[in-house]
Ligand binder design. Structure first.
Ligand code: BES
Ligand code: ZN
Length: 632
């Protein structure tokens, strides 16, 4: 634990005795970050979680029992959490929890009041809640409610849902937002089991990252149990007018009624993906695997909440072209949920392994051609990030001290991590690498590990048995910026004709109408647009649009790429569609690049600001935060 915590805790205890039983509200952010947080000049230490103010090395929570009421009138979640804890240090006398904008009403143990106190608020991390440990027992109950502005909760009005009749709520805890709806030790190194009773309006259904009974009666009281110990960023809740449809024996989908059939059809291969992953990489350890389709304001593509991945509706394309997202969230059941990054510096252990597994699952279920195309598209994302980012942020093990992990989100942990694993696979051979992966998931099951623990494990396994694999090379991948020379470069035959068509058209040898796109897949369209030069003339864009109907494109990914080209070249005929797109979709990865491109010119800025202001009431807090800076 960073040293500052020790004194923070001591100070907290003294104050706690004075302020026991007084309701306490987290103040607006005003305090300076603790010393250890701002000293970013010192290299980050492996295994130190710079993003939690809690004290799991002194006292560690192990189980949560939640009893919460979802209040759609006040936009608050209110209730109590009973935390089981264990003393790690015999003389520990304080349990420190993370909170962010929570109002703590009282703390009790065994029905008796317990002294508590709120510590100093940190801009990125929230406010520590210092609780004096009770004399007896290993449980405390915290009574609290959330703020309507909770960073990890989005409240949607009926108009923002597909059905327009009922409100909707969902949480998004990764990376450090669980603390905005539950007081807990919010670190990926802290694993908890949980039970929950959730009270909602009678006509709505609650679902969680836990056991969900598809047959449950809709009565406004819902019980959940998560018997496997999960990191706290995987606790999730959603409430809305949801219905369930089975897709396979262990897989199904929850969605608003009007989206249910289309979702079940689009994602009908989920069961196949699950079976393929088990066969290749070892048992699925989570019982059921269901999907929850959220309203379009969901700020991510997907979130791997255990047993119930949260999914953006923007990937329902009608042709399964974007279902690698499902493979990705499913793969997290192995890399991420079973074996977890110990700190956010180690995120690549979650996302790099998952991206590698995603490619493998897609290859098994849809074949090598599709795999090759997706690998080329992923490589392009990686190259773009390597071109755009500071060198320090191109490392796999990334230094996040003093920074909000949300601000450092990029494709590096995903695609660079996956490419390193691909290189290892190609060096030792697929059979040996698959065996390694199977053993890795088994060895670290339900543990949170650091990059260095992965390295040590690699030393004792593949590095020991395969002289052709070099430790220096692996360290270069992990600790150095950029893509190492000689790294695998994906190739797709199916893209060759797309490249030819683009080049011939750019050279003026053919017109856009001459390009035979009748059999192009989503991937080919994406690649065609991806590799366009930055600058095109208005005439060229008008020609493309007339021949290919790009502005009318229904696939949200293709439309995104096209709109980005339009913004970069100020192609105005597409702007009404661009405006609608920005207001309709809240997925940050789809809107942020468009806002960023718009903000480069004064005129674009005015246009972007108008769209942003209109969209803002419907955006998730995270999407607001990520984009508001463009228009200040
Ligand atoms: N776990 C991530 C989302 C995430 C990462 C949230 C870090 C907060 C902090 C999820 O699995 C993810 O990677 N989603 C991607 C999916 C894509 C790569 C297929 C997304 O949302 O775009
Ligand atoms: Zn992921």
């Amino acid at each position: 634990m960073p040293k500052y915590l020790t004194s923070l805790v001591a100070a907290g205890v003294a104050a706690a005795l004075l302020s026991a039983c007084q309701p306490q509200t987290t103040e607006a952010v005003q305090t300076k970050a603790p010393e250890a947080q701002v000293k970013a000049s010192e290299a980050a230490q492996p295994g130190v979680d710079y993003h939690s103010l809690s004290n799991p090395d002194q006292v560690k929570i192990s189980h949560l029992a939640l009893d919460l009421t979802v209040d759609f009138d006040q936009h608050i979640i209110k209730g109590a959490v009973t935390l089981d804890f264990n003393k790690i240090k015999a003389d520990a006398d304080t349990l420190v929890l993370d909170t962010r904008a929570l109002t703590i009403e009282k703390v009790e143990a065994d029905g008796m009041p317990v002294a508590f106190e709120m510590g100093k608020t940190d801009e990125h991390l929230g406010t520590p809640l210092n609780i004096s440990l009770p004399e007896k027992g290993n449980q405390v109950t915290v009574y609290y409610h959330t703020s309507p502005e909770a960073s990890g909760v989005q409240w949607l009005t009926p108009e923002q849902t597909a059905g327009k009749q009922h409100p909707f709520l969902f949480t998004q805890a990764q990376a450090i937002h669980a603390r905005s709806f539950i007081p807990l030790q919010d670190s990926p190194s802290v694993r908890v089991t949980y039970t929950a009773t959730i009270h909602t309006p009678k006509d709505l259904l609650a679902v969680m990252s836990a056991s969900n009974d598809p047959q449950t009666e809709r009565d406004g009281v819902y019980e959940f149990n998560m018997p496997q110990a999960i990191p706290t960023y995987l606790i999730a809740l959603a409430v809305g007018d949801l219905e369930f449809k089975a897709m396979g024996k262990r897989t199904g989908v929850y969605a608003e009624p009007s989206l249910l059939d289309a979702s079940a059809k689009e994602f009908e291969d989920t069961e196949k993906m699950l079976e393929a992953t088990e066969k290749q990489f070892g048992p699925y350890r989570w019982d059921r695997y269901d999907l929850l389709i959220l309203p379009p304001s969901f700020p991510f593509g997907g979130m791997e909440n255990p047993r119930l991945s949260f999914i953006t509706p923007t990937v329902i394309a009608g042709d399964k072209s974007l279902v690698s997202l499902i493979a990705h969230e499913l793969a997290h059941s192995w890399s991420g949920n079973t074996v977890t990054n110990a700190t956010w510096r180690d995120l690549w252990l979650n996302e790099g392994f998952t991206t590698y597994l995603t490619y493998r699952i897609m290859e098994i279920v849809y074949g090598e051609d599709r795999f090759n195309m997706e690998a080329v598209l992923g490589y392009k994302d990686l190259q773009d990030d390597v071109d755009a980012l500071e060198e320090a942020d191109e490392r796999l093990a990334i230094d996040l001290q003093g920074r909000d992990p949300d601000d450092v989100f990029s494709d590096i942990p995903y695609e660079k991590g996956a490419l390193m694993l691909r290189e290892i696979e190609q060096t030792v051979g697929r059979a040996a690498f698959d065996k390694f992966l199977m053993n890795y998931f088994d060895h670290f099951t339900f543990q949170s590990i650091t990059t260095e623990q992965f390295l040590t494990y690699l030393e004792g396994t593949l590095l020991k048995d395969h002289a052709e694999l070099s430790e220096a090379r692996i360290k270069q991948w992990i600790y150095q910026p950029g893509i190492p020379d000689g790294a695998p470069v994906p190739h797709s035959d199916a893209f060759v004709k797309v490249d030819n068509a683009r080049e011939q058209w750019l050279a003026g040898d053919i017109s856009a109408a001459d390009i035979d796109t009748s059999n192009w897949t989503y991937h080919q369209w994406k690649h065609f647009l991806n590799k366009m030069p930055e600058k095109l003339s208005v005439e060229q864009l008008a020609e493309l649009d007339a021949a290919m109907g790009l502005t009318k494109q229904g696939n949200n990914e293709i439309l995104h790429s096209w709109l980005l080209i339009c913004v970069n070249n100020e192609y105005k005929p597409a702007y009404p569609t661009l405006h609608k797109y920005l207001v309709r979709i809240g997925r940050n990865k789809l809107v942020k690049p468009l806002y960023a491109a718009l903000a480069k010119t004064e005129e674009g800025k005015a246009f972007g600001k108008a769209a942003f202001e209109e969209a803002k009431p419907g955006y998730h807090p995270l999407t607001v935060k990520a984009n508001e800076g463009f228009f200040e």
